[in-house]
Ligand binder design. Structure first.
Ligand code: SIN
Length: 196
């Protein structure tokens, strides 16, 4: 599959017939909200975990030296916490461009973290951007130390790859969310940055 997914997403999943769509963000979409939204709420999805296994040619690296960013990997019993945004379908013009490096939109059940309005509607359907193992930019597993070293040396048009990791880790901490994969790589990265 080509790693530019803009037209694929449009063809596979037209959304224009809907008034609004919930988008679930688990990576940069948690902390970098440079798009309009109607509402935002913490949410989680079950059966998926965050992994720094996707290459970034366009944001945190280059085609010659891709950075490492997140995708979701299926894992029985896992729970991934993130932010859900209610957006109008035209927002996907921008989002598909931003997430074009191998990510396909899929619908998945979303569960609200704080159902404080007691609406009794603890879940809805939402869209998540998923970069599966068959996209050309996929890098796959590596040790925490290898991933941290890769992140430490990478940079792209959106800035240093380390910023992606550090901002995400802080955003998860702000949400009281423990993500061992993210925090272990952050510890390794901070060790490397201190040594520099
Ligand atoms: C996401 O944040 O939900 C997708 C991956 C990314 O843009 O970091």
């Amino acid at each position: 599959m080509s790693h530019n997914t803009i037209s694929l997403n449009k063809q596979r999943q037209p959304l224009d017939h809907l008034d609004s769509v919930w988008l679930f963000g688990y990576g940069s979409l948690i902390y970098k909200t440079d798009f309009d939204y109607l509402d935002a709420k913490p949410a989680c999805i079950y059966g998926w975990q965050r992994r720094f296994w996707q290459g970034s040619h366009d944001h945190r690296g280059t085609p010659e030296a891709p950075g490492r960013v997140l995708t979701l990997i299926e894992a029985a019993g896992a729970r991934c916490v993130g932010m859900a945004y209610q957006v109008t379908p035209d927002t996907f013009e921008y989002l598909d461009h931003r997430e074009k490096n191998g990510y396909l939109r899929v619908f998945t059940p979303l569960h609200w973290l704080n159902d404080s309005d007691n609406s009794g509607q603890g879940e809805t359907e939402g869209v998540v951007y998923l970069a599966s193992a068959d996209n050309e930019a996929y890098l796959g597993p590596a040790s925490d130390a290898e991933i941290a070293a890769h992140i430490a040396r990478s940079r792209g048009p959106s800035g240093p790859n380390s910023e992606y990791l550090l901002k995400l880790a802080q955003a998860l901490r702000d949400m009281n969310e423990q993500d061992e994969h993210v925090f272990a790589i952050e510890r390794e990265l901070l060790r490397l940055l201190v040594r520099k």
